[in-house]
Design a protein around this ligand. Structure first.
Ligand code: FAD
Length: 452
């Protein structure tokens, strides 16, 4: 035990579009499965283009990854493959507060990657050419300059990589605001309503079967986060994806250290709109082995090699839970999606303990700020740690948007806009090729992007 009080994550459902109050529509142009930031953003941009959208969420909007993440909107350190989409996403974030008419906690306070040694700083500096190529304001900072950004004794660090234009937002609040914006633009959003499967005919999508009935549609986008592998597997589509547990805490309001976010291998911290901090370990996540680990082992090997310092492997309950989960089911009876409305894993006590110790050592100014809430978040990871935003060969009208791998919040609006273009047939062909699902099966080399 760490002595930290564990408080369950309160997932506010102040905008619950219960099926009872909001009867399931019988038809839509496009159905979206999943009410995370990716599904909600896709609904928002599609609805604004005049497309009739219906979104179904088995639990509550932003109840899983999109409401549990660190809230970093980061260009810094990304793979060049997803950087153009992220740069576009940041522009959309800049527009969103005015478009939504809500304070979603969006600020551009910058990202810092802190180095303890010169070797670490030199390694961080290797990203500068990528930043330059994409026109970013990324720089190496140290001494007085670092002091001005992070008011916490820069002498503890050799220096840092800094991108001043990076942003932050309040994850659950922002996702729910985007969902509300989608509704105002004409989307129908129904929470507490799982999609059980698809209706198909002659290799084409006809619609979906939800727990409240059939909904006809010409296109279906599966943005089901960590459930996408299970959903797609049930219809014979393989999506290589594995879960990783992250442990997070939020503190009471504390001394103003920085306006944005900072990462080091031991501690990651983001200023919150309420004056507290969202804090997490900078390099400690847990993958509990599941049968899919063995099935996809070869595909994930490069990512595992790259992230071995920060990833721990565990054996336990998750393995037997996955074994007991059916791979296929009847569409006229409750499915695994209705049995677990929200993935709500417990945070790890040992990580919370390490976190507190790291705060004392590295950020003493906020070391005593009590944790008001602690939670676990199941991150879904793809083999190259990059998104899958793709059509599916052999099933016309079906699309997958998943695999955002620990950095899908910041890119969420950009991904949503891209999904709208993909469904409308106007998405950039080169980008479509980069994010295609088939890259994992057509012999292309799997080269993981930066994990953090
Ligand atoms: C601890 C943690 C820290 C992170 N930090 C950051 C960060 O700082 N910055 C960043 O950019 N990203 C971060 N991420 C990653 C980011 O949160 C995710 O990449 C992003 O939220 C993914 O959004 P999504 O919409 O794809 O998935 P989700 O938010 O997981 O949403 C998927 C939704 O689909 C629903 N669903 C699934 N199956 C069905 C079905 N059959 N019927 C109906 N509904 C269904 C689920 O209930 C769920 O609500 C972090 C993630 C975690 C967990």
């Amino acid at each position: 035990m760490t002595g930290e009080q564990q408080v369950p994550l309160a997932v506010a459902d102040e905008w619950a579009w219960h099926a009872v109050d909001n009867p399931t529509p019988s038809a839509a142009d496009v159905v979206i499965i999943g009410g995370g930031i990716v599904g909600c953003s896709a609904a928002f941009y599609l609805a604004r283009q005049g497309v009739q959208v219906a979104l179904f969420e088995k639990g509550v909007i932003s109840g899983e990854q999109s409401g549990r993440n660190w809230g970093w909107i980061r260009q810094q350190g990304r793979s060049p493959v997803e950087l153009p989409m992220m740069v576009r996403s940041l522009r959309l974030w800049q527009e969103l507060p005015a478009e939504l008419g809500e304070d979603i906690g969006f600020r551009q306070g910058g990202t810092l990657y802190l180095a303890e040694t010169s070797a670490q700083l030199a390694k961080l500096g290797e990203w500068l050419p990528t930043a330059r190529e994409h026109g970013l304001d990324t720089r190496l900072v140290a001494g007085r300059e670092l002091d001005e950004i992070l008011k916490s004794g820069s002498s503890r660090w050799t220096g840092a990589l800094h991108t001043a234009s990076d942003g932050r937002a309040e994850p659950g609040r922002a996702t729910r605001a985007i969902a509300r914006g989608a509704c105002r633009a004409g989307a129908r959003i129904v929470s507490h309503c799982a999609v059980r499967g698809l209706e198909r005919a002659a290799g084409r999508i006809q619609g979906v079967v939800t727990e409240h009935g059939v909904v006809a549609a010409r296109a279906v986008v599966c943005a089901g986060g960590a459930w996408t592998r299970l959903f797609c597997g049930s219809i014979g589509i393989t999506v290589p994806q594995l879960p990783v547990l992250g442990t997070v805490a939020r503190t009471a309001p504390a001394a103003p250290l920085l306006d944005g976010q900072a990462w080091s291998p031991r501690i990651a911290v983001r200023r919150r709109a309420d004056g507290g901090y969202t804090v997490a370990h900078g390099g400690s996540s847990l993958h509990s082995l599941v049968p899919a680990t063995f099935r996809f082992a070869l595909k994930f090997l490069p990512a595992l090699r790259q992230g071995y310092e920060s990833l721990r492997l565990g054996v336990g309950r998750e393995f037997f839970k996955a074994l007991a989960t059916p791979a296929r089911w009847n569409l006229d009876a409750p499915t695994p999606f209705e049995r677990e409305r929200a993935l709500d894993p417990a945070p790890e006590d040992r990580v919370l303990g390490q976190l507190r110790a790291a705060m004392r050592h590295w950020l003493p100014e906020i070391a005593d700020a009590p944790f008001l809430e602690t939670w676990g978040g199941m991150i879904e990871v793809s083999p190259d740690v990059l998104p899958i935003i793709s059509n599916v060969e052999g099933l016309e009208g079906f699309y997958v948007a998943t695999g955002f791998s620990g950095h899908g919040f910041g890119i969420g609006p950009g991904a949503g806009r891209f999904i709208a273009d993909m469904v409308n047939g106007t998405a950039d062909r080169l980008e479509l090729a980069s994010f295609r699902l088939s890259r994992f099966f057509d012999g292309s080399p799997i080269r993981p992007g930066p994990a953090v």
